[in-house]
Design a binder for this molecule. Structure first.
Ligand code: ADP
Length: 362
């Protein structure tokens, strides 16, 4: 066991419901091991601006039920510069912060790696509604966001049914279609458009027409925010805005567009998110105490485990076809095969779920 006197905890990047449960678990696990905890306010910018508060057990009381993050979040450009990074390291030294747990997404984990490389061991805990980190089956916030989408879409469905309308709903997820795909199944959508799979627009419109002819009244179509159409001046237009017009023109069904946007990023976390965040938070501190760092805590087949951050980020780039020259040089054949297997698993899962939407969309 490594003897830390004091660790810091921060949340960074896009907030996600469940981050508070993670903050609580990290704080209390550390305290339980006799390690002091400092809350860093506003992500990495809190390290640069020395915005730091001590956390005792009571400081994290009554936050497990709340969405957002009690430590606030930020996108800190200065932290990405060497100067900013050095300020952050100096703050850690000044406040005797021996290690950091950073809750966030892939950008946050890059920051954690940079800290580790400069002598402040850091561990990442996933906190992003998008479930867009290929290396983990699950990211904290995903379940709550999907349940919020369901709530919105169910309401839309009620009114679509009354008026025989179609509603195209654009959901968050950046370049990851996971929220769209799973909520499309759960909301009984007629079609779903996600960045990972080419969208058969003609087939979707034909299915909607056919359903109308067989007496179906309310129709739901889900589009991920990461799908775009080409606009007239070469600019990309959100595809949902284009599709809704086409559906109305080609089927004669009155069609509305809805973008719940950040509404689905807030709200009280579900059991799944509170539980996973708590398990991941405990694991992060345990790993630090075992002397480990530069890891991200992940979920794999229901188990909470960990993965080297560079391995996780490289796997992510492989999945997203964003590998740069030399990215794989640091890994042996076995590791590269492992990365490929993770990517293939995700591709398979998505294809399977995509097929479900189309199989039962009548
Ligand atoms: P997320 O963590 O949700 O992916 P961002 O990509 O915005 O969100 O990253 C959150 C923060 O992490 C950034 O504002 C920045 O402070 C830090 N960060 C992002 N990328 C890097 C990087 N390459 N090196 C160091 N820090 C980074």
């Amino acid at each position: 066991m490594k003897q830390f006197r004091r660790i810091g905890v921060l949340s960074s990047g896009g907030d996600a419901p469940g981050m508070n449960a993670a903050i609580r678990a990290i704080t209390r696990t550390a305290l339980d091991h006799g390690v002091e905890v400092m809350g860093i306010i506003g992500g990495y910018s809190g390290l640069i601006k020395e915005n730091i508060v001590p956390l005792d057990s009571r400081a994290v009381s009554n936050i497990i039920t709340k969405g957002g993050t009690a430590l606030y979040s930020d996108r800190c450009v200065e932290f990405k510069t060497e100067e900013g990074m050095q300020k952050a390291i100096a703050t850690c030294k000044k406040y005797n912060i021996d290690a950091i747990v950073a809750i966030g997404g892939d950008g946050t984990f890059r920051g954690a790696t940079d800290l580790t490389l400069r002598g402040v061991p850091a561990i990442g805990v996933t906190g992003t509604i998008d479930n867009d980190i290929t290396a983990t089956d699950y990211t904290v916030g995903f379940d709550t966001a999907m349940n919020s989408v369901i709530e919105v879409v169910d309401r839309l469905r009620d009114t679509c049914e009354s008026h025989a309308r179609c509603n195209v709903v654009e959901v968050m997820g950046r370049d990851c279609g996971e929220i769209a795909l799973k909520t499309a199944i759960a909301c009984g959508a007629m079609a779903v458009a996600i960045p990972e799979v080419p969208f058969d627009e003609a087939a979707a419109i034909a299915a909607i027409k056919e359903a109308k002819e067989s007496g179906k009244r309310g129709m739901i179509v889900i589009v991920s925010e990461g799908v775009f159409a080409d606009g007239p001046d070469g600019k990309k237009i959100p595809y949902g805005e284009v599709l809704v017009k086409k559906i109305e023109a080609e089927t004669g069904i009155e069609s509305k567009f809805c973008r719940p946007a950040h509404m689905v990023r807030g709200g009280s976390p579900t059991l799944r998110d509170r539980l996973t965040a708590s398990r991941m938070g405990v694991k992060a501190v345990e790993l630090l105490l075992e002397g480990k760092s530069n890891l991200v805590v992940i979920e794999e087949n229901g188990e909470i485990t960990s993965m080297d951050i560079l391995f996780a980020l490289t796997t992510d780039r492989m999945y997203k076809n964003k590998l740069k020259e030399g990215d794989l040089d640091k890994f042996n054949e076995e590791q590269i095969a492992q990365m490929k297997a993770i990517c293939e698993k995700r591709t398979r899962d998505i294809a399977e779920q995509y097929a479900i939407v189309n199989a039962i969309n009548m």
